[in-house]
Design a protein around this ligand. Structure first.
Ligand SMILES: NC(=O)c1ccc[n+]([C@@H]2O[C@H](COP(=O)([O-])OP(=O)(O)OC[C@H]3O[C@@H](n4cnc5c(N)ncnc54)[C@H](OP(=O)(O)O)[C@@H]3O)[C@@H](O)[C@H]2O)c1
Length: 265
């Protein structure tokens, strides 16, 4: 079977995946990747920038993997029917659409088709970040791992956990945290450029320490928090302000929103 890739939807996430595939030596030569999008300017841009091949809704190129990369609110039934008509029964369909289930995909693509649902992480070119993957009844890990591993690490899970992985969205939480921390430094009197430099470097260093010592955050907090010291006073204010509770409820809301989107709400 050919390993050619075909993207339906050439938006931001498709571009991030294509950029990652293009930046690595993979089994997917960029000149064999087709992209179709309702906006011709997106297809032209991706063709110019990465060398992918422009395609349209009547094209039927040989493809081992078709990636559905439109939004949950787009015409997914139309896209699914069009894919089912144009691509052979062995072509694996990989959907990155948040909230749209394998059962919903089977209803339009056919229940015998190999279907894979993935929530790609957005750190596609960094070598960090887990993508959550759920396999349909006829899909195998071997058929997609070569492709999925080109844009990050993969975690194969039961489909019931896919919405949780989507809403549990660490990059954004980290960006919010860094942003708030920089402002806190400015509030306390640091120039913004110095606050930014210190905040980002200390966060990267803190994570490096956690991973190199292979310990839980509590271990380092207990080590750093001396009696009546600066660290434990900082922790006291964070707890009084509901720091952990805000993160918990924000993640629960994001998970709920993922499920709503899948229901078309
Ligand atoms: N961005 C992320 O961080 C992220 C992370 C994980 C998963 N996802 C999932 O990835 C998917 C794509 O997200 P995105 O951020 O890349 O969205 P996006 O930038 O809006 O890309 C979607 C593209 O698909 C096009 N399109 C709509 N209907 C189409 C059709 N019938 N046939 C062909 N193309 C069509 C859209 O054109 P128009 O704009 O003209 O409609 C748009 O160019 C979503 O389902 C999202 O849930 C995104």
């Amino acid at each position: 079977m050919t390993t050619n890739l075909y993207f339906v939807g050439g938006g931001n996430m498709a571009e991030a995946i294509i950029a990652a595939v293009a930046s690595r030596r993979t089994g997917f030569p960029i000149g064999t990747i087709h992209v179709e999008d309702v906006r011709p300017e997106r297809v032209s841009l991706l063709a110019e920038k990465y060398g992918v091949l422009p395609a349209g809704p009547v094209d039927r190129p040989d493809a081992g993997i078709v990636v559905i990369a439109v939004r949950p609110q787009d015409d997914l039934v139309g896209v699914g029917r069009s894919v089912a008509e144009r691509f052979g029964a062995d072509t694996v369909v990989v959907s990155i659409v948040a909230g749209y289930t394998i059962k919903q995909l089977e209803q339009v693509l056919g229940a015998d088709r190999p279907i894979v649902r993935i929530i790609p992480n957005t750190l596609t070119t960094t070598d960090y970040g887990y993508s959550g993957v759920a396999l349909g009844a006829h899909a195998t890990q071997e058929s997609v791992e070569g492709f999925l591993s080109t844009f990050g690490k993969t975690l194969y899970v039961d489909e019931s956990l896919i919405d949780v992985i989507t809403g549990f969205y660490p990059p954004n939480i980290v960006y919010h945290f860094v942003d708030a921390l920089i402002d806190a430094g400015v509030l306390a009197g640091l120039p913004r450029d110095i606050a930014t430099k210190i905040a980002i470097d200390n966060i990267v260093g803190g994570i490096n320490l956690l991973t190199s010592e292979d310990v839980l955050p509590q271990v380092l907090l207990h080590r750093n928090n001396s009696p009546a010291g600066v660290g434990i006073n900082l922790q006291y204010e964070l707890e009084r302000g509901g720091f952990a509770a805000v993160i918990h409820t924000a993640v629960l809301r994001a998970v709920a929103r993922t499920t709503e989107l899948g229901r078309g709400e």
